[in-house]
Design a protein around this ligand. Structure first.
Ligand code: PHE
Length: 454
């Protein structure tokens, strides 16, 4: 046990919490995954379904994670144990911690690519993008140091602790991110031919909506808000009682959604203006965009700016992934924060090595292993931890909060600091959503993911 008398660390201000939690939510998921998912799934129609999922499923569930965290003042394992001692439910907390390690292990690899791409325009200005990308990610001598560097950056932020590390950096990095995004958006929407991209992105064609689109949108909504692995339990555990969870959580969802929408505004006009295909898939950001930048006035600079902002967004997310695991070791063992950060960070780097080598570095890890219809170690990891584990975690945690802890207790926690704004119909609506809508809908997606529909 950490010294029981030691005060738990806390956020220094509401803004600090909101920026740190929004920083966790805003990441590769918004800027890389959201545009390519929208591009593959019909553009504006996907966006509308995504917004509905955020409002009706993810938002109610987000409040449950925050309430559980602040009530228990603990990491995901400790939070569950604080409510029900010695039950198998603590395994759900264990799943959260494991999910943190495993998502970080491959997310850090992709973040390393984004970091390396800051320099792409300067190092290889005229090389064809898709060839460049395949040889770049296959080059172990480049990818491994970048991954190591990104892990070191993550470690150094988490090392500083909640207020002096995570909060301080979020306050610096998030405004830079927003400013850089506006620079790229202004460049993108003023390109000749950008209108077709705006039309694809903003003018819905409802005939494109089918089961897959709905399921993809919901999966994306969970991943994007960092839900299902206890990140919001952990960040909520550093909140003081005076904080209004509804308002702060609402801001986090608003910022995350806003940045995803802005990312689309940054990417689709440019993609269409340059005559590229929006349904290019996972390579959209790394292959199509560099083509776009190459062909654009001031492209090298804009390209560098874009990958700087992608790296910043990824860093505030990797920080939250590491923090979930570190908070577990700090709360539940005798390890100090500093020891935990180094040990967990180092271990995660080792776990990430096969992912880093799975893009051509090692033929075994690249082509010869397949599972769940995915080929290559990194893709398999993303499928298991980024899809299955998050959906399972969200399902079990929503059942735990609604049916084991009980919505009455959760409502009481949400009412603390809410100045009477959480009462009457709002409470009944939230209770209904958490008890029935969230678990049922998540169970449906989980089933669909497990059956390979998504
Ligand atoms: N939400 C992050 C993103 O959009 C990813 C993430 C998932 C971070 C789960 C923490 C926990 O990139």
């Amino acid at each position: 046990m950490a010294t029981p008398t030691a005060e738990r660390e806390q956020w220094g201000s509401r803004l600090g919490f909101v920026l740190a939690a929004a920083g966790s939510a805003i990441g590769l998921g918004n800027i890389w995954r959201f545009p390519f998912k929208a591009g593959e799934n019909g553009g504006a129609a996907f966006v509308i379904i995504y917004l509905i999922c955020i409002a009706f499923i993810c938002l109610p569930y987000l409040f449950a994670e925050l309430a559980l965290g602040r009530n228990s003042q603990k990491n995901p394992v400790g939070a569950i144990a604080a409510i029900r001692k010695k039950t198998p439910w603590t395994l759900v907390g264990g799943l959260c911690v494991l999910t943190g390690v495993f998502i970080l292990s491959y997310y850090g690899v992709v973040a390393g690519w984004a970091f390396g791409y800051i320099f792409k325009g300067f190092v290889a200005p005229a090389v064809e993008s898709s060839e460049y990308f395949s040889s770049f990610i296959a080059d172990t001598a480049v990818v491994l140091p970048l991954f190591a560097l990104f892990m070191l950056l993550t470690i150094s932020v988490v090392y500083g602790g909640v207020e002096k590390g995570i909060e301080r950096w979020a306050k610096v990095l998030m405004p830079i991110l927003l400013t850089l995004m506006f620079v790229v958006i202004i460049r993108a929407v003023t390109l000749p031919g950008a209108g077709a991209g705006l039309d694809f992105y903003l003018n819905p064609d409802f005939s494109k909506i089918d089961g897959t689109v709905v399921l993809e949108a919901l999966g994306q909504a969970f991943f994007s808000l960092s839900l299902g692995m206890g990140a919001m339990i952990t960040y909520g555990s550093y909140l003081p009682k005076r904080e209004n969870l509804l308002v702060s959580g609402g801001y986090v969802a608003l910022f995350d959604t806003g940045i995803a929408l802005l990312a689309g505004l940054m990417i689709f006009p440019a993609v269409f203006a340059m005559g590229q295909d929006p349904s290019e898939g996972a390579a959209l950001v790394f292959v199509v965009l560099p083509n776009v930048f190459d062909a654009m006035p001031l492209g090298t600079l804009i390209g560098a700016v874009f990958f700087i902002l992608l790296s910043i967004a990824a860093l505030t997310s990797t920080v939250s992934l590491l923090e979930v695991v570190v908070s577990y070791f700090v709360d539940e063992t005798t390890w100090s924060r500093k020891q935990s950060v180094w040990l967990v960070g180092g271990f995660t780097f080792l776990v990430g090595l096969p992912s880093a080598l799975s893009q051509g570095g090692s033929d075994l890890l690249t082509n010869q292993i397949s599972l769940f219809g995915q080929t290559g170690f990194l893709n398999i990891m993303d499928y298991i931890w980024g899809n299955l584990a998050l959906a399972l975690g969200a399902l079990l945690l929503s059942i735990f909060v609604a049916w084991v802890w009980g919505t009455r207790q959760a409502v009481e926690e949400l009412q603390i600091g809410a100045d009477g704004m959480f009462s009457g119909t709002l409470v009944s609506v939230w209770t209904f959503f958490l008890k029935f809508v969230c678990p049922l809908v998540i169970a449906i997606i989980f089933g669909a993911i497990a059956l390979g529909v998504i």
